[in-house]
Design a protein around this ligand. Sequence first.
Ligand code: B12
Ligand code: SF4
Length: 471
Amino acid sequence: MKVLFINPPNKNEILSCNPEIIKKERGYDPPLGILYLAAYLEKNSDHQIDIIDAQVEKLNYNQLTEKIKEISPDIVGITAMTFTLIDVIKVIEIVKKINSQIKIILGGPHAHIYPKETLDLSGVNFIVLGEGEKPLLELLNNIENLEKLKNIKNIAFKDNDQIVITECREYNKDLDELPFPARHLTPYKKYWSILSGDKMITTMFTSRGCPYQCTFCDRPNMGKSFRARSAKNVVNEMEECLKMGIKEIFIYDDTFTVDKERVINICNEIIKRKLNFVWDIRARVDTVNEQILKKLKQAGCARIHYGVESGTEKILKVLNKGIHLSQVKEVFDLTKKFGISTFAYFMIGCPTETKENILKTINFAKKLNTDFVQITLLTPFPATKIYNDALSQGIIKKDYWLEFAKNPKPNFKTKYWTEELSNEELFKFINYAYKQFYLRPNFILKTLKEINSFNDFIRKAKAGLKIIFMK
Ligand code: B12
Ligand code: SF4
């Protein structure tokens, strides 16, 4: 069969907590979820696999239609995020118009959280829940046999209008057995990031799942236990990327540093093989120490993204973040000492957060002496403790995410925690925070020094102008 994976255009993404600038000027990442699925199918089946990444190719819906017609697939697979659902639906409409016999399979976070509602959307034939590699292969191999499908774990489909959601399967423990993402099926030279200037980038996952329990995050509710790939396997993938000409690798693990021994082993392997490239990681301040940071630096890790979330102990507790401000300051200083850049993520608009608390957070962000910050409005996402609290406390009056899942309409607006401050006040604080951080003379000077090409200059200048005129 011809299987086509599509990363839909992002024309109708639900606007949430991020200012426009984050979305528009940040660059393009490869859609790793479907790249993993494509690689798994290439390795374990004879299906012909194609990928269209409409975002990096900047395809509009007409151009996408032509591409789909050219490939003429039997099956189309799409990642459904709650926030990208409208574009997912538009792609389904196009596909069914081209040929109503093409079967549509959806997976990803939205399909996992709302399988029944997703299956009820017009044109959807199958859902895959959780991690998709194995269930998708089994589904494709038995797609015409309803009885066999009922025994395949982690899928959902309709049998005579009856929704069937099959049993849960255990998460794949041996991540080393998965083939590396099928980057060769994408225009991999086109992925870039504002953080890397004009260089070719890719993203990587060296582990799956997160063992922590932050109340604003959906990861703890996705039943994902932490599992990690071996150091050799990780560095083999890095080498493969370098051979493709990729210059910078962003490691997107929820928390790369959960297992310190593995981190040291990965670094040693990079050093042993004399791999010379730039890479960065996402970590928590309570999972690094002097030894780890020193090793990371020796192995070329250039930047660490830390989820700090707040500049007050009170809100860190509300978020169940499990870290303290003294730790944050100490680890940021230590990271700097080893010459690694820092990126701090903050949120405002959290439960019980007052104006004074927000101002403290903004001041804390400035004092941290971090290289970058991202400050977003806390959006109670589906499948998070904070969303459930908002519903039970009547802060959000009805389960509006579920209603959206049942009946998705464009121009949907996300709701925030507005018990203490109104929407308008919260948005004003976001603008104020960005200006306070990014329009400091020191920051502007440092950015100018780091510009590495004309394109890089244009992108950063655009981003700077957007911050100046943020409203
Ligand atoms: C990297 C990333 C991004 C990148 C790249 C996005 C991309 N296209 O891949 C960037 C920065 C661009 C991004 C942007 C956004 N993201 Co994002 N992102 C992530 C992150 C950190 C990793 C995704 C990933 O690559 N995972 C690794 C792969 C292997 O796992 P996976 O994607 O889950 O795929 C597996 C399964 O889900 C399943 N599967 C996935 N797709 C499909 C499709 C089929 C057909 C099948 C059968 C199975 C299947 O099988 C895959 C392999 O096992 C996740 C958090 C996380 N830890 O997963 C958030 C996450 C997916 N993002 C999220 C959000 C909200 C966004 C934004 C809307 C942000 C915003 N504006 O507020 C945008 C929208 C982007 C867009 N229009 O595409 C949410 C989605 C929540 C939801 N309910 O919708 C997540 C879960 C983070 C979170 N907890 O808040 N994101
Ligand atoms: S915010 Fe990060 S550390 Fe906390 S549960 Fe989510 S992924 Fe894990």
